[in-house]
Design a protein around this ligand. Structure first.
Ligand SMILES: C[S@@+](CC[C@H](N)C(=O)[O-])C[C@H]1O[C@@H](n2cnc3c(N)ncnc32)[C@H](O)[C@@H]1O
Length: 237
């Protein structure tokens, strides 16, 4: 295993005008959604989680090439990454047709032609070709362990040798943060099954599927136990 990331998102972007730029880009995306409900959701989300996370994801993402965003929701992160580098081609996939439609309308309004969206279930999605990046943000705890493992295998098979798998998800410690997140998940998604896993289990699973893994937990204003896993296909020796 390669060592954990040694900096917090804030340290990585400290003294950097990029944070101001990230806020401006986020504001532009927010105002381009045609529904006030989505605009409010995006606003609330970035009152709760630090803007630094957008900047961190942008830095960890390949600067050019094809990036697949599985479970992209309203396309917020896909739109942001597309905006930050026109040399990226982003492809967002989500189960919800409504969210995909909203993401498409937003991209159209922003005249972003390097991002596309498709409605599909990641559990039976046929990922074709080779990708420079595969992302899944706040999704994997919503899918069954078997589907999660199928997804990791697919990601390993379809990432280029120097590609990046980026996962942002929930972990199990401290228990009271996990309990808080469970209550919010039930409130937001209705009664639903969730599969939270410890950082150790997630790391061990990713390594088993052939990735070198770095992980970093970070603090939100609300007590979510978030972790980002930055994974690269292990080079065969
Ligand atoms: C918590 S939201 C995260 C959305 C987005 N990644 C973000 O961070 O803004 C989880 C998303 O996963 C989607 N989702 C849940 N199960 C899915 C599945 N089996 N296939 C594709 N998308 C799924 C939901 O529709 C929802 O938009």
């Amino acid at each position: 295993m390669i060592p954990p990331m040694s900096q917090t998102p804030s340290e990585i972007v400290e003294n950097d005008v990029d944070l101001v730029l990230a806020s401006e880009h986020l504001r532009e995306i927010r105002h381009s959604y045609d529904s006030w409900v989505i605009r409010s959701y995006v606003w609330a989300r970035f009152v709760i989680i630090h803007i630094d996370i957008l900047e961190l994801l942008d830095r960890l993402a390949p600067k050019r090439g094809k990036i697949l965003d599985m479970g992209c929701g309203f396309g917020l992160f896909s739109l942001f990454l597309a905006m930050r580098s026109p040399e990226r081609s982003i492809y967002g996939v989500d189960l919800s047709e409504n969210r995909i439609q909203a993401a498409r309308r937003c991209a159209e309004k922003m005249r972003l032609d390097n991002v596309q969206f498709e409605q599909a279930d990641i559990c039976d999605y046929a990922v074709g070709g080779d990708w420079d990046g595969i992302f899944t943000l706040d999704l994997l705890h919503h899918v069954r362990p078997q589907s999660r493992q199928d997804f990791l295998r697919t990601a390993r098979d379809h990432l280029k040798p120097d590609g990046v798998l980026l996962i942002k998800d929930i972990t199990t410690r401290p228990w009271w943060k996990m309990a808080f997140t469970w209550i919010l998940d039930q409130a937001m998604s209705g009664p639903c099954h969730v599969w939270y896993q410890s950082v150790e289990n997630q790391t061990e699973e990713l390594e088993r599927f052939g990735f070198e893994v770095r992980s970093r937990s970070f603090k939100d204003r609300l007590p979510y136990p978030h972790v980002v896993f930055h994974c690269k296909p292990r080079k065969e020796s």
